[in-house]
Design a protein around this ligand. Sequence first.
Ligand code: ZN
Length: 85
Amino acid sequence: MGMFEMKPKLATVKGRAVRCVVCGHDAFWSREVKLNSSGAELISMAWANQSAVGLICADCGYVHEFAGKRPKLWSQKRGYPEGAK
Ligand SMILES: [Zn+2]
């Protein structure tokens, strides 16, 4: 494993499996998304940090952004942790 993650990952948020809202796919590329000042103002929530995590659907490419709870990533090989729905 080098600097880049070579395989898309399964993701959970608050223990729930994340599915693409567009196509229902379950594997995502992730990347850190820096929020600029105007973006931070738009969000204006106490928990919003200076960065968000983008989960990019490995199938259709739709980007799901998380500015609060960080999604947890799991390898497709090992699968979801026990209890994930
Ligand atoms: Zn998709």
